[in-house]
Design a protein around this ligand. Structure first.
Ligand SMILES: Cc1ncc(COP(=O)(O)O)c(CN[C@@H]2CONC2=O)c1O
Length: 405
């Protein structure tokens, strides 16, 4: 099917909404993507027709629920070109997955070891590693960015040493839209025998990463960024690493045998899946992947690039407007400010006109510190947005500017 945004928009009930008496213009997709009817129906179907707890059940409903949940795991495996389905850990989301790995490395790090993160990271990919360094005595090093919001790879190479044990970098910056050269970052880390975790939260709705080709050690993402439900996501880990790391949480599901003398743990993936999971969420994660693939990531990437180019052109026509994150490799996120106006004031006014953008530091305060700004207005576009919606944004920003200056 040729890419037809008007046809696609019909799949998203929420896009018919009005906000403050105006048509909703939803441009906060970097925070969470909207949900197509197919994903909504999947959740309703589970709770209506085969709700049951999974694994170990002898009754039909439990078997149906288990088949659907493990079927979703297979879909995730195939989508990301992962070698084994047991290398797919279903999580509560990106933050959960990152903490799972940070916890696991308690036993692997010692004083003198070094962890490298980038200056582009979301707090979810900074704080867990700071906590790990506090626990182990390891030292955190930071890859700097330049004025364009692009990582300075020459500095990264200087930071790498035989003391480097772990490297953490996001695939795409949620604050600026910068796409990082993760294949190169991974290759250089592996030359020093360092493991790499990539935070893919902002990437997986825009591109389809091939995790075997990337040779990444860990990759995390959230379903809600991929038109799936909140509270579910994926941690990929090479099986050698996942077998080395201790379980994250103790409980049901993650055990092989429990005695008061000793407990043995389940194998992968269940070692990392204690307790009753978000069953509906996991199944609907699979439905979201099916939906995105039915449109096609080549089409999504091409169309979103069109939106980014158009929005950049139109916004930069506004006098006094500055865009942060001007690298060549960017996805459809535009962070901007208008001289002399606080981003929060712009966000508040455009909301009155039905336009949803995000303002603030976007859980990336180090980036705001680098630019010496309190925050930005962030407009983030998805494949179901339109050029007409960009025109509405530009008109609203101009109105806000005229009201505030
Ligand atoms: C790059 C990145 N990493 C981690 C996270 C955390 O994901 P979860 O909240 O699903 O665990 C986010 C969330 N993005 C935030 C959420 O709201 N606005 C944003 O930009 C993110 O963009």
């Amino acid at each position: 099917m040729a890419f037809n945004v008007q046809e696609i928009r019909k799949d998203f009930p929420i896009l018919q909404r009005e906000v403050n008496g105006k048509p909703l213009v939803y441009l906060d997709n970097a925070a969470t993507a909207q949900k197509p009817q197919a994903v909504i129906d999947c959740i309703v179907d589970y709770y209506s027709n085969y709700n049951a707890n999974i694994h170990r059940g002898v009754h039909t409903l439990s078997q149906e629920a288990t088949d659907a949940y493990e079927g979703a795991r297979k879909k995730i495996q195939e989508h990301f070109n992962i070698q084994h389905s047991h290398e797919v850990i279903l999580t509560a989301g990106t933050t959960h997955g990152i903490n799972m790995i940070a916890n696991g490395f308690n036993e692997f790090l010692k004083k003198g070891d070094e962890i490298i993160v980038s200056a582009l990271e979301h707090h979810s990919n900074i704080v867990p590693w700071q906590m790990l360094c506090e626990r182990t005595g390891a030292e955190l090093k930071v890859i700097p960015i330049d004025e364009k919001g692009v990582l300075v790879l020459s500095e990264y190479e200087k930071l790498l040493s035989e003391n480097t044990k772990l490297v953490f970098v996001n695939h795409i910056s949620n604050a600026l839209g910068t796409i990082n050269p993760i294949a190169e970052i991974i290759k250089k880390a592996h030359e020093k025998d360092a493991a790499v975790l990539v935070d893919g939260a902002q990437a997986c709705s825009h591109i389809k990463p091939d995790l075997q080709a990337l040779d990444v050690d860990f990759y995390v993402t959230s379903a809600h960024k991929m038109c799936g439900p909140t509270g579910t996501g994926m941690l990929y880990g090479k099986e050698d690493w996942l077998n080395k790391l201790p379980p994250y949480q103790g409980g049901g599901e993650m055990i092989a045998e429990v005695t008061f003398e000793k407990t043995t743990y389940a194998g992968l993936p269940h070692k990392f899946e204690a307790g009753t999971p978000n069953i509906a969420g996991g199944i609907a994660f699979g439905a979201a992947i099916d939906y995105l693939n039915s449109i096609g990531f080549d089409e999504i990437e091409a169309y979103e690039h069109e939106l980014l180019t158009y929005a950049t052109e139109q916004l930069t026509l506004i006098e006094g407007l500055k865009i942060y994150g001007t690298g060549v490799d960017k996805t459809s996120v535009i962070s901007f400010n208008i001289e002399g106006i606080h981003p929060y004031d712009i966000g508040t006014i455009v909301d009155k006109l039905g336009i949803a953008v995000r303002t603030g530091h976007h859980c990336a305060q180090p980036i705001m510190d680098y630019y010496k700004i309190p925050g930005t207005v962030r407009a983030s576009f998805a494949f179901y947005n339109t050029k007409e919606e960009i025109d509405a944004l530009v008109k609203a920003v101009k109105k806000a500017k005229s009201m505030l200056t």
